[in-house]
Ligand binder design. Structure first.
Ligand code: SAM
Length: 252
């Protein structure tokens, strides 16, 4: 079925699938995704589903069959190529579970390329369930119609992150004790970027000194108030997207 202004409908269910997708290719979705399509969205043969494979882009698919165990889709037409993702990594210290879930969800919606969960000395959590985190990120990407998933890096310690830091990437260090105003710092420094945000208790003095002494680090302030870590992640990511990312009409 060729895509027309009315097909696929905007209300068609959207999901990331294991690809790659290609015109005419059929794929069977199983498990939770089949349950969602068949039991929650009540899809039937002939209905439209919008599928992304995180490689070739977004496809209008037609439901071929909807069974108890799987839903078979046929890719009909590519609607959009995979998006160009601004080169921005959010390096966020682990937080209490609901707060870090929020960071994963909002960072995905805001358009980050990568999320790097970190363990620092004052972290109250030191583990992240990778499957659960990937599910949160995928659901957020589906909800906001991204065609690319952010890369979810394995949890690492701050010291290891800094030791292996790539020379070409600026590390904006959100420091509640002060730094350059964030908007001006982002606008002044084009190119691959990352944002470092601490845990509920902040960084200890040794960590602050280590980060501040790093050649690629630029300390920034997010204003005179001490923000919750999740607020700092969201606010600074949004600000970077507006100054240097894809909210400004230019790509970094
Ligand atoms: N325990 C710290 C204190 O009371 O001073 C506050 C830590 S804050 C809740 C968590 C993290 O958010 C900080 O480590 C920092 O990265 C970031 N942050 C919060 N407010 C900030 C601000 N005004 N400017 C820059 N970064 C901020």
């Amino acid at each position: 079925m060729p895509a027309t202004p009315a097909w696929p409908p905007r209300s068609a269910p959207r999901l990331f699938v294991a690809g790659p997708l290609a015109e005419g290719a059929q794929l069977a979705v199983e498990g939770q995704q089949a349950h969602y399509l068949a039991k929650v969205m009540h899809v039937a043969p002939g209905d439209a589903v919008i599928a992304c494979d995180d490689a070739t882009g977004e496809w209008a698919c037609e439901v071929v069959s909807a069974g108890k165990r799987d839903v078979v889709l046929a890719a009909r037409q590519r609607l959009r190529p995979r998006e160009a993702v601004p080169d921005f990594t959010l390096c966020a210290a682990l937080l209490k579970k609901p707060n870090f879930d929020l960071v994963l969800e909002k960072a995905t919606e805001l358009g980050v390329a990568r999320i790097q969960p970190l363990v620092t000395r004052r972290c109250v959590a030191d583990k992240l369930n990778p499957e659960r985190a990937a599910a949160i990120v995928t659901e957020a990407a589906e909800q906001c119609a991204r065609t690319a998933l952010p890369v979810l890096e394995p949890v690492t310690r701050l010291e290891a992150l800094l030791r292996d830091w790539p020379q070409e990437r600026t590390l904006f260090f959100a420091d509640e004790q002060g730094g350059a105003p964030a908007a001006a710092a982002f606008a002044a420094q084009a190119g691959p970027a990352a944002l470092l945000v601490g845990p509920e208790g902040g960084f200890d003095e040794a960590e602050r000194a280590l980060v501040r002494g790093h050649p690629q680090a630029r300390a920034i302030t997010l204003g005179p108030r001490i923000l919750r870590a999740e607020t700092a992640c969201v606010a600074a990511t949004a600000l970077w997207m507006a100054s240097a990312g894809d909210w400004s009409g230019t790509q970094s």
